[in-house]
Design a protein around this ligand. Sequence first.
Ligand SMILES: Cc1ncc(C[n+]2csc(CCOP(=O)(O)OP(=O)(O)O)c2C)c(N)n1
Ligand SMILES: [Mg+2]
Length: 288
Amino acid sequence: MAARKTSGNKATRKQAAPDVSPNVSRDELIEFYRQMLLIRRFEEKAGQLYGMGVIGGFCHLYIGQEAVVVGLEATARDGDQRVTSYRDHGHMLACGMDPKGVMAELAGRETGYSRGKGGSMHMFSKERNFYGGHGIVAAQVPIGAGLAFADKYRGNDNVSFTYFGDGAANQGQVYETFNMASLWKLPVVFVIENNKYAMGTAMQRSTSTPDIYHRGNAFGIPGEAVDGMDVLAVKEAGEKATAHCRAGNGPYILEMQTYRYRGHSMSDPAKYRSREEVQKVQIGRAHV
Ligand SMILES: Cc1ncc(C[n+]2csc(CCOP(=O)(O)OP(=O)(O)O)c2C)c(N)n1
Ligand SMILES: [Mg+2]
């Protein structure tokens, strides 16, 4: 998580710190940190419980990518909807789902969000407008456009946050969705979480052009790349994207430059990248 420098010295430390930006209060910053830390600690515990055999089945950790979902959820309003892939624990916690219910589901308990039958990849909350948790790569993308279609039909100004990975961005159904979403001016923010890898395949081995956010050009969908390790940059970009959608201008693409610190899933030999590469990103010496 990249932290921004704040002003201040020892003499003034006891006084309330000044707001770092006109758009973000000190309390809001603390709340962002609390949420990112909640996700980090939740994920670490999930990894530990998996190792102990308490959690079974598939389990994909979000560690490293926390700023993306926390920054974007800061721009969400009541009524906004969200859908994502199997790497979904952070999204559920950030949209206000109960961590105990999520953890219970991971452990296959009846008190879990899917009564213990869905596991890590298949949880939903109608109350929080969270529509999963999808194990089929990119399957959630047309679903996200469908959610936005419902909003347009109902005539409200809600948006649908539709998250998918850099690998998913190479799937055909993404482009069918871009076409319809643009044609019908659907209020959907396509959030590409570019963590540089699709399982063990580095992006440059699978993706013809490095700037995925350009992929909306053919459909007239604007897009931009964002430092996904900086929660404030994410929030700022999210505000622009949601304002675009809420004003009836159709979809918007945000390519979040991020990185996953852990393996693709719990069984990942991690032979496709070096420990040094991961460490460089963690200490902020490499561009993500
Ligand atoms: C249609 C389909 N093809 C292949 C797979 C196997 N698979 C699971 S995750 C994954 C990689 C996806 O990478 P990306 O979209 O970058 O998401 P990330 O795991 O990095 O979050 C693949 C190929 C699948 N689940 N569904
Ligand atoms: Mg990826």
